[in-house]
Design a binder for this molecule. Structure first.
Ligand SMILES: [Ca+2]
Ligand SMILES: [Ca+2]
Length: 362
């Protein structure tokens, strides 16, 4: 979809250039015509390269969506056939269940598709922070709202399910922090699996605090920080109540998440899987992401409604989202991971957050 937009933009650019070239050709002396044409040609070639670059990942993504939808269609059709058979056998209640499951699969797939169509263009409220050398961190604006935090189908620290209000808009990294970004800020790269677009890993919670401190010096005025655990779940769910932001436990994980069954035992460059409905990538899987909160098993029973920050003290910090080396359910929207803030593991990384200061505090 985006490739079409880009191609259209290129065509418009080319036609503008064609018009301006023909308009100037009447007044321009013959000896200046050749360089003008060469510049136009070079601009066109650069735009063509850009179109090719944009089309590659797009084709890849479209292929994955097609694969996902094809799988769902096959499963839904099989369920419906099962319903027909049950109906013929006079097992009406079971037939109704089978038809219901078939319909639910189709509806979920349609919702996924609708979500992707919404994402077809880049969101206008996204911002990119320049770290120098052309290296940027992209952020998605997350609007305030309320949600039900936790799950009754998860582990014992995920209950009680309780209402949480995120009272102010905040920005959250569209991707996990990459090794290129970490190196630009810290002049070093601790990661085991090297690559510019790979998520930084082998960073402790305290390493992340140093990174954020230097990031704030490099791009002052925004108070970059880790997201709170509540902000992380709110943004991950993106208005969904299902096990994952793309559906329940029976949905195939492959289009969305690098987990132990899809990763071939290593992390992957950020942004290759489908985003969640708010345009955030790798919220499920790839690397775990440190949050600002201390973990407490019983915190949900005492959590305030508005902007919970976690308990005041503890000995483990929260990690969210599961990873390339963990089973799929570790990356459930509600799952709470936690570990020693000094620990550096090759599946621990981070995602940056910041809240725009209110006008009176600017
Ligand atoms: Ca992740
Ligand atoms: Ca857990």
């Amino acid at each position: 979809m985006r490739a079409n937009v880009r191609l259209t933009a290129v065509c418009v650019l080319l036609s503008v250039l064609a018009v301006s070239c023909s308009a100037t050709s009447q007044e321009t002396p013959a000896e200046e015509k050749a360089p003008a044409a060469r510049v136009a040609y070079e601009v066109a070639m650069a735009a063509r390269t850009d179109a090719d670059a944009a089309a590659g990942p797009f084709a890849d993504l479209a292929g994955k969506v097609a694969g996902l939808l094809q799988r769902v269609r096959t499963q839904a059709a099989a369920k419906k056939r099962q319903g027909d058979e049950l109906l013929r056998g006079g097992r009406f209640a079971e037939a109704a269940d089978a038809y219901g499951e078939s319909a639910a699969m189709c509806r979920r797939a349609a919702e996924t598709l609708a979500g992707l169509q919404k994402l077809a263009g880049e969101r206008e409220d996204n911002v990119a922070i320049d770290l120098g050398n052309g290296i940027k961190i992209e952020f998605v604006l997350v609007q305030p709202g309320t949600f039900e935090m936790g799950s009754v189908d998860g582990e014992s620290d995920e209950v009680p399910v309780h209402e949480v209000a995120v009272t102010r808009p905040f920005f959250l990294g569209k991707y996990e922090v990459t090794q290129q970004q970490w190196r630009q800020v810290m002049d070093e790269n601790p990661s085991l699996f090297k690559g510019d677009r790979m998520p930084v890993e082998s960073v402790s919670w305290y390493d992340c605090q140093k990174f954020l401190e230097r990031l704030n010096e490099l791009a002052p005025g925004r108070d970059f920080r880790l997201p709170t655990e509540a902000e992380r779940e709110y943004a991950c769910r993106a208005d969904t109540k299902t096990t994952y932001s793309f559906g329940d436990a029976d949905m195939p994980l492959d289009p969305y998440a690098w987990v132990d069954t899809t990763s071939e035992n290593e992390p992957h460059p950020v942004g290759l899987k489908l985003p969640n409905p708010w345009g955030l990538y790798d919220m499920h899987g790839n690397v775990w992401e440190w949050c600002s909160d201390w973990h407490s098993h019983d915190y949900y029973a005492e959590s305030p409604v508005d902007d919970p920050q976690g308990p005041p003290a503890g000995d483990k910090k929260v990690l969210r989202g599961g990873s390339w080396s963990n089973p799929g359910p570790y990356s459930r929207s509600a799952n709470r991971g936690y570990y020693d803030p000094n620990a550096r593991h090759n599946n621990y990384g981070l995602r940056v957050a910041w809240t725009e200061r209110s006008p009176e505090n600017r």
